[in-house]
Design a protein around this ligand. Structure first.
Ligand code: SF4
Length: 572
């Protein structure tokens, strides 16, 4: 029997995420291509984290006929539940496996290994000896051809891309079953869903740092194809989806896409898409979006307002439309052919605030903008940081809400205009960037978090992901979820409701709600408002409490006792 192992080293691209709890379309399409070729093939899916934790899995790899590695970060982030594969690690795990045919796919194969923002990608040469073929084109297309050619590398074009979006229609459905081998399946796994690729702004060259224009003009998947894929995944047991794999969700099926830089959004198409998803996946738990072009929202406010309302009608709350702002310095905008001026970004922020700021049933606002900034671009001066800071301050002072501000340094990617400039501007402004970041964290993000989530807000279905020291880091599942530190070591991989008690720069502190005071840990009790170590010890010494009155009596200050009642429950 033909055996394949897909080793997911995770990917992170501007328009696609595949780091747990996310699974990107790459492994799903590739599995679909293999099963399309031979439906009896055995396809194993394993993540780089599983191999790190259990080297015996290398046995599975060694017994395969084919190993497909998916890797590469072109916008590296900070991750909680998985860490992307490094080139050295891939070499370490694969070099001893001589028999299986080995293929590398994903952004690493196309652009090299991204290590961190501000640095050029590491050349692919480093892993060349380990792989039989490095796929510059689309993994699913090249692998299908490789199988057809009986592994004849000479006959196989490693740069081959799909003809059009229709080419992945069957692969997307047939490969959906692979998700049930993911360690986060079914309850904690989010499937990233593609609606199209390519950017309308390719016709004017696109933004200087972005790899998306190299994918050409927008090539939309049909509504039916996307819905069929969601249905297949849902039928397999997936409950969390992000319609995130595209440059701008508001531009899906836009009129004149490919003919004009800013095509007119198609509200009807988005209504059909989101409605169709809810029909085939009625009990899904997460339905979120990702990127949006603020230039589109600013130019077509009526259509975009309608689309935002449609999204809110069918999605789940806590949704984020990530605006690629990059910079509001007019010089930087001009020199890098960026998509929107500061006025346009501001009007797009206002539009989403008008429609999306109300709190949804999981405690988060329905739909808010997130802002992505990139530093180290052409035209950047020290004044750029001042201009961007003042812009953010204005947003805060105007009472507008932004769910997230992402500040990163450019990663010069081959085939982009910024590749020639490299990281020289990044190095020149290294200190300015660090200072700016600190200022934004302290003076913008923290007060913004307080505006979005006042103390006492209850957040529902928070997933416990990692214990670190005496804190449990948790998040709701979805697009750019807020990091929540819960004092105490809670059981991992479970869902709970929490109540917010304090704020970090980009995170909040919260306690489980309602807090079972008779069984909670000292660290959790200590974190309750005005309790602290001394009172927590007294509470522990007086447990168990039969009722709330007993609890209040055990605290030296009755006002403090009364204050914590709204956080707790008494379970004997
Ligand atoms: S608008 Fe700019 S950043 Fe967005 S996908 Fe197009 S080229 Fe890339």
């Amino acid at each position: 029997m033909f055996r394949v192992t897909i080793l997911d080293g995770y990917i992170d691209e501007p328009t696609c995420l595949g780091v747990p709890p996310y699974i990107s379309p790459y492994p799903r399409y590739i599995a679909g291509a293999i099963w399309n070729f031979d439906k009896n093939s055995q396809v194993f899916y394993v993540t780089i984290d599983q191999i790190r934790n259990d080297n015996s899995l290398l046995d599975v790899l060694s017994k395969s006929n084919l190993i497909v590695v998916i890797a590469g970060m072109s916008v590296p982030g900070r991750y909680l539940s998985g860490f992307p594969a490094s080139p050295n690690e891939i070499i370490f795990f694969l070099k001893g496996l001589s028999k299986p045919f080995k293929v590398l796919c994903g952004p690493a194969a196309r652009y090299g290994f991204g290590l961190s923002g501000g640095k050029k990608t590491r050349e692919i040469k480093i892993v060349e000896d380990v792989f039989d073929i490095i796929v510059k084109g689309d993994g699913e297309v090249v692998i299908y051809e490789l199988l057809t050619n009986k592994f004849d590398v000479e006959k196989t074009n490693s740069s081959q891309c799909r003809m059009d979006a229709n080419a992945i229609k069957d692969y997307a459905v047939n490969g959906s079953n692979i998700v049930n081998q993911h360690p986060f399946y079914p309850d904690y796994l989010i499937c990233e869903i593609e609606t199209y690729r390519g950017c309308s702004r390719s016709i004017v060259g696109g933004c200087s740092f972005c790899s998306e224009p190299s994918k050409g003009l927008p090539d939309f998947r049909s509504i039916e194809s996307i819905i069929a894929e969601v249905k297949a995944l849902y039928d397999t047991g997936v409950k969390h989806f992000r319609i995130g794999n595209q440059p701008c969700i508001f531009s899906y099926m836009a009129k004149n896409a490919g003919k004009t830089e800013f095509p007119q959004p198609n509200a009807d198409a988005l209504e059909k898409l989101f409605k169709g998803i809810r029909i085939v996946a009625p009990d899904l738990k997460t339905l979120h979006i990702d990127n949006a072009n603020p230039g589109i929202l600013a130019r077509f406010p009526d259509e975009c307002k309608k689309i935002a309302k449609t999204i809110i009608k069918y999605h789940t709350p806590g949704d984020v439309a990530a605006f690629g702002v990059e910079s509001v310095d007019p010089q930087v905008i001009l020199k890098n052919n960026l998509k929107a001026s500061s006025e346009e970004v501001l009007s797009a922020i206002k539009l989403l605030n008008d429609v999306g700021k109300n709190r949804g049933n999981n405690g988060m606002p329905e739909l808010l903008p997130g802002l992505n900034f990139v530093f180290g671009l052409e035209g950047e001066t020290k004044n750029t940081f001042k201009i961007n800071y003042e812009f953010l301050k204005k947003i805060l002072d105007d009472g507008l809400l932004i769910r997230r501000i992402n500040l990163r340094q450019v990663m010069p990617i081959p085939d982009t205009k910024m590749f020639k400039t490299g990281n020289k501007i990044v190095l020149k402004h290294k200190r300015d960037f660090q200072r700016f970041k600190r200022q934004v964290r302290e003076n913008i993000e923290r007060p913004m978090l307080k505006n979005i989530l006042p103390a006492g807000t209850i957040l529902k279905s928070v997933y416990t992901e990692k214990n670190k020291g005496k804190v449990t880091f948790s998040r709701q599942l979805g697009s750019y979820p807020l990091l929540i530190g819960v004092p105490g070591r809670l059981q991992l991989h479970s869902f709970l409701d929490v109540k917010i008690i304090d704020y970090g720069y980009r995170s909040v502190t919260a306690v489980p709600f309602p807090l079972d005071i008779n069984h909670a840990s000292r660290e959790t009790i200590e974190a309750l408002p005005d309790i602290g170590k001394r009172r927590a010890i007294r509470i522990l010494a007086n447990r168990p409490f039969k009722n709330k009155e007993q609890l209040v009596k055990s605290i030296d200050d009755p006002l403090v006792g009364e204050k914590i009642l709204k956080y707790i429950s008494i379970i004997e």
